[in-house]
Write a protein that binds this ligand. Sequence first.
Ligand code: DC
Length: 446
Amino acid sequence: MITIDGPVGAGKSTVARMLARKLGYLYLDTGAMYRAIGWKAHRLGIPPEEGPALRAMLAETRLEVHPGKDLPRRQAGEMRVFVDGEEVTEAIRTPLMSLMASAVSRAPSVREHLVALQRTLAENGGVVLEGRDTGTVVCPEARWKFYLDASLEERGRRRHEELRGQQEAVTPEETLAEIRQRDYNDTHRAHSPLRRADEAVLIDTSGITPAEVVRRMLEIISRSGRIGREGLLYRISYPLLYLLCRILFRLQVAGRERIPVGEGAILAANHVSYLDPPLIAVAVGRAISSVARHGLFDVPVLGRVIRWYGAFPVHQEAIDIGAVKESLKRLKQGELLLIFPEGERSADGRMRPPMPGVAMLALQAGVKVVPTLIEGAEQALPVGAKWIRLRPIKVTFGAPLKFSPPVMGKRNKEFYQSVSQRIMEEIARLKEAEQGNAPGKAALIS
Ligand code: DC
């Protein structure tokens, strides 16, 4: 189950339809159901407020929706609405019906009635629900929840475009007034007001196309490993790759339990070889994100594969704002992000001074940093080598570090640099500890 909530004009309907079509899911437009009730109240001249008349009307109303299941494929993702056998799919789309819907949606009896109906329609799963309270009230158990929003101007513009296609002439000012009124109604009603579920992923749709919003949603859905190609890929390929790395490199993993669960975190690792990203990914055993040189994405097969595995491009010539934004977004969505603070591979295995970027990301996103040490990859595939040698590799995760912004003074480059330095020191400490554990050294001490 997928829920998409948000205010008027945030782009929910277009996106929900596209998503349902892509996944072959049903599309349940809950707003249309409130509209249908508003439509009938209006037709009968019944006041849209809670009261005996509205309750009696509800008891006698036969509301049917056809969420695309029995429609031909090209119409999948459409939902037709019938009131007492009469189709109202088009008739409920006018500004007057928007206000009627908003008004009846305040009535507890209407909400109770429609929420029960919506739960029945969604109970078999495979549904995209769209509305105001689908993630908070109708299906709080939904696996994926999204909350779409956009600036008031953008929402007004979209709604105006939408209405222009209909008979009634409205000015942009009237549209904005309608949106303000509905925002107020939707967020101030006593029963299930419009609210973002804590766990819902917020997407600001201002200035981005519906296709891009859907792409982001699919990325989140598939990366969480349940459906889609990537889900299957993770489930099947990770155990296989782990086995392969055990055989080829006698891969050892220590401290995996230290990696935070259910929150975004940065894995900050030393960098000695091209093998580092895949081996650390295998060692983590969960889906991770990482940046990779943009040129790699142009390599025919490799580009696709690394994208599947959560890599995204970075331009290294200058500070890449797009990559920074993408990193922050992924961290805030609760993902693990692999970063090499040194920026480049070290040719001799010795650690190099870090760049300030890792600290900046950690502080901006407010996430923990897991110092990560990879050893042996510099032997297996050193800088400049053409062939992989079968040498043992070990990945060690240290205790997560959390940094706070300076109490006094500025978050300037020096500050970030010093935090990055601390991170590298922790990685170095892991290395010392590892060497301390090494049989030769232990023998020496004893
Ligand atoms: O999404 P829409 O514009 O078609 O919704 C019409 C009205 O219905 C909206 O102003 C508030 C109400 N609504 C609601 O209260 N709860 C929902 N889940 C969906 C819509």
